[in-house]
Write a protein that binds this ligand. Structure first.
Ligand code: GAR
Length: 200
């Protein structure tokens, strides 16, 4: 583990962020909760060595682990998460399916953000630019974001929040991705806070 946990304040609600890529949502969530009295970003979990999100963890001095497929799909890293007293798991661009072992250990405590208006444009292989390409190819007039609970199916659990944006005729996958990221950054951290506060 990098940056071993030096935060002994266990009175706060402890979040683990799972991410696979650049980590722009992770950065926004960290910024949002930086001085929060009740919520702490306690761990970054990543499945890809060299991913940008690991540099964020390093810079922010947040403990991080790079997980390994065989172990993830066996014990879901549940013992480590429990040892670190993690309360909620926040997926932010995490591209592996969440195993049942993890879902059972954190019932209704795992949240994902998807860059489209589910149930449309979800499922296996639907991530990042593949989603935006599919939305444009279908001639959709609007797209958006979905924040939802995670269950054992890809992009399937109960919806918590959605926000929409227009799709213009001259949009490209990149320009649409930018609109979606703007929505994600605006709404994901606040939705997480709302959820945790009302569920406590
Ligand atoms: C986000 O747009 C998120 O919605 C998407 O990956 C991106 C990660 O960006 N997730 C999925 O497509 C999951 N199916 P980030 O690394 O800059 O936060």
């Amino acid at each position: 583990m990098n940056n071993p946990d030096n935060n002994n304040d266990r009175s706060k609600t402890r979040l683990a962020i799972f991410a696979s890529g650049t980590g722009s949502n992770t950065q926004k969530i960290i910024d949002y909760f930086r001085n929060d009295d009740n919520i702490n970003i306690s761990l970054i979990v990543c499945n890809k060595r060299g991913a940008g999100v690991l540099q964020i963890a390093e810079r922010e001095n947040i403990p991080s682990i790079v997980i390994e497929k065989g172990k993830f799909f066996t014990d879901g890293y549940v013992p480590i998460l429990q040892e670190m007293k993690i309360d909620w798991i926040i997926l932010a661009g995490f591209l592996w399916k969440v195993p049942v072992s993890l879902i059972q250990a954190f019932p209704n405590r795992i949240v994902n953000i998807h860059p489209a208006l589910l149930p449309k444009y979800g499922g296996k292989g639907m991530y990042g630019h593949f989603v935006h390409e599919a939305v444009l190819a279908a001639g959709e007039k609007e797209s958006g974001i979905t924040i939802h609970y995670v269950d054992e199916h890809f992009d399937h659990g109960e919806t918590i929040f959605q926000a929409k944006c227009r799709v213009d005729s001259n949009d490209t996958p990149d320009s649409l991705a930018q609109k979606i990221h703007t929505l994600e950054h605006r709404y994901y951290p606040a939705t997480i806070r709302e959820l945790i506060t009302t569920k406590k």
